[in-house]
Write a protein that binds this ligand. Sequence first.
Ligand code: PMP
Length: 458
Amino acid sequence: RYQSLAYDHVLEIHKRHLSPVATAYFQKPLLLHQGHMEWLFDSEGNRYLDFFSGIVTVSVGHCHPKVSAVAQKQLGRLWHTSAVFFHPPMHEYAKELSALLPEPLKVIFLTNSGSEANDLAMLMARAHSNNMDIISFRGAYHGCSPYTLGLTNVGTFKMELPGGIGCQSTMCPDVFRGPWGGSHCRDSPVQTTRKCSCAPDCCQARDEYIEQFKDTLNTSVAKSLAGFFAEPIQGVNGVVQYPKGFLKEAFKLVRERGGVCIADEVQTGFGRLGSHFWGFQTHDVLPDIVTMAKGIGNGFPMAAVVTTPEIAQSLAKCLLHFNTFGGNPMACAIGSAVLEVIKEENLQKNSQEVGTYMLLKFAKLRDEFEIVGDVRGKGLMIGIEMVQDKESRKPLPREEVNQIHEDCKRLGLLVGRGGIFSQTFRIAPPMCITKPEADFAVDVFRSALIQHMERRAK
Ligand code: PMP
């Protein structure tokens, strides 16, 4: 029935009854009717290569036939029970997911969204440490619930309402844009370059950022530290990577003060980074709590918190965790199918191969265009940061980035945006993409840049 709604009618309904988020993103948001693997189709039958996966969510492909078949089967069997009953999909899923995590991360709590998962992780950290304060990076996105908003340090989500009590931000060790950026110091096949001579070397940058981190810990937070949240690579902030070794040292400092360390794998988990299944493994750290969402269900609402038996016990002492839909049979059956597809289709390896191939091709655009300041990332999580010029690194004005973004869409490529000034393009396609599709994406992006340079020259 919805297929009969004309675009203008949809727009009218949206403006009157729905959240303005879509209209804030594109001038004319797409009216999508169908998805298949890495492709999306709009109401006029135009085809788009989806290189943002519904914000890093469609991990194995839109309407993947195997996942859809499992969902349909489960739909005819059992949709819902409450948490007071057992059902095989949940227990099978718990067994499969826990096998993918190292000891002692073996206790799973199932929720419905990343915000819910991080809310619960905050509670766990506080219950376990008996402390209140939680630290997160500037630029971090950990959710939009009243609790997690305290950890989310992105301007768009900061509001003039009290919230986030007990949350403290700390400097993000940004290797490109931070005060000690510009070093060759991150886990990426593409290194940063800086023309000015004051760039410190990588160890120096890491040490400077660690000193800043210690400053945060030595404020009032130190007396009541419950935990530290970090995304292995920041997503919303524009695929920001930290200096090598930073997280390892930060985890040590947090633990010395009695806090627990939480890895938010909502964007980085499930093989997207290619070299490892989990982002924390790329930093050679072992978190106390891992949160996951988005790619876990390939677009079906589900999320999870995984922790140690000890921390789970601390939570149990003060709260009987209950969640009506968390761990429902549909979500668990889909979650198992997603894990199976990742394995059967070697999608982690594909992320590594196609991701690295594409990253290196995008990096060539950095050498070709003055306005491409940085190309970075790992596997199929890539950021392309736009600047006015390489020397100043001032962000390219938003209107100019918007034009390039719109041109990509017009040419059939959907990419995302991120960063404080919305200056970074984010590339995070479903993990099933091929090298020819990566070539297409780079060609489209290059064409959009050429058109932009021509507009600028006029
Ligand atoms: N953590 C990270 C790293 C995220 O990117 C997001 C969503 N953008 C969340 C948590 C929150 O997830 P959700 O929108 O499912 O609540």
